[in-house]
Ligand binder design. Structure first.
Ligand code: 5GP
Ligand code: MN
Length: 344
């Protein structure tokens, strides 16, 4: 059975066919492995089929994704705004990937909003926004990369999925499932991985490039945060960790150094709700993770100007770290009952 409705597939192929100029692919800001895996995989496939394709990312992404095929041609809007604007002007089709709201492209919102050509959204977040001509959204899918691969399998582009593209798609699936730790209850995800494996990907090498590529500083920061910046609330089955600007300075923090930190407290017996607060220059970046039915995206939407998935969500708060931590603590009693329902 096809994962995506045939009418949507036809619409997707039709929009690509009617493009005469370039196609521009757009991930969300601070792109993760899934956002980059999706755009780089699709870029490779469309490019292999002879089309002209560009990728414009709102911001840069962690170095441990820089090994990926196509990385050197990604235009970073925050660093090269003119080049980014040119890429949009030279394109007549835009494909937004792995986000559901325009706000997720940050300062690039205007460029995306005012884009004159046709627009497609491929995503797996709940409540996809109405800002494109075509929406292909599947919340049940592990990752946008898996969804994109499934779409391509039903199109004339299937033969153009090569090992490089398969490697990018696998990277998206692997990172969005925490190496097959969550979001993987659907057997189709493993079937997709089997297909990608047959295409010659080297899973061990991909895993190693992403997860064994950190600096000593990042490992030391992790140890420091676990020892000095984590509070466990056993009565609420919750834990919170924070990283101040000062901490970041002390450990020579670079983008991506806190990746995965938010998942760590979930390894503590009984903890089903974990929060990470990372101080930025003007706001606090919020990350929530949960196990089971407890929906952290609802908390992010209601209290932290964000959203996301049931078990992985994020947001931003324009407040001090102290205020943010206090807000979090004060919210715990409100969610006590719901949290407890997730405890097994
Ligand atoms: P992370 O905690 O890794 O930054 O984000 C986890 C998930 O939460 C992302 O995949 C994304 O779906 C969502 N998310 C993170 N930050 C934001 C945000 O600021 N706004 C919204 N709407 N979603 C976010
Ligand atoms: Mn994703």
């Amino acid at each position: 059975m096809e994962r995506v409705d045939i009418e949507l597939i036809n619409h997707f192929e039709g929009l690509i066919k009617s493009s005469n100029k370039s196609i521009v692919l757009v991930p969300h800001m601070h792109p993760d492995g899934d956002a980059m895996g999706s755009v780089l995989g699709l870029w490779r496939v469309l490019q292999n089929s002879g089309l002209k394709v560009k990728i414009v990312s709102p911001t840069k992404y962690p170095e441990f994704y820089h090994w990926m095929d196509g990385h050197e041609q990604v235009i970073i809007f925050s660093h090269h705004p003119k080049q980014a604007a040119n890429a949009f002007n030279e394109s007549d089709l835009m494909i937004c990937m792995d986000f559901n709201q325009l706000s997720r492209v940050g300062n690039m919102k205007e460029l995306v909003e005012n884009f004159k050509g046709k627009k497609i959204l491929i995503d797996h977040h709940p409540y996809p926004g109405d800002f494109t001509d075509l929406v292909i959204s599947d919340v049940s899918c592990s990752s946008t990369a898996e969804l994109t691969f499934s779409i391509l399998q039903s199109t004339k582009f299937a033969p153009f999925v090569d090992t490089n593209a398969a490697t990018s798609f696998f990277t998206g699936i692997m990172t969005d499932t925490g190496s097959f730790d969550f979001n993987v209850s659907d057997p189709r995800t493993f079937e997709t991985v089997a297909q990608l494996t047959r295409m010659g990907i080297d899973q061990l090498d991909i895993h190693s490039k992403v997860y064994d590529n950190y600096s000593a500083d990042r490992m030391r920061l992790m140890g420091f945060c676990l020892s000095n910046r984590m509070t466990v609330y056993p009565e609420y089955h919750a834990a919170a960790m924070y990283i101040s600007l000062e901490d970041q300075k002390a450990f020579n923090f670079v983008t991506g150094d806190n990746e995965g930190f938010v998942n760590m407290p979930l390894s503590i017996k009984g903890v089903v709700f974990s929060a990470l607060f990372t101080e930025k220059e003007k706001y606090i970046k919020v990350s929530f993770r949960s196990k089971g039915e407890f929906a952290v995206n609802e908390i992010c939407e209601k209290y932290f100007n964000g959203g996301g998935h049931r078990n992985a969500s994020g947001g931003e708060l324009y407040a001090s770290m102290q205020e943010t931590l206090a807000k979090f603590e004060n919210l715990l009693p409100e969610f006590e009952e719901k949290i407890k329902q997730s405890v097994k």
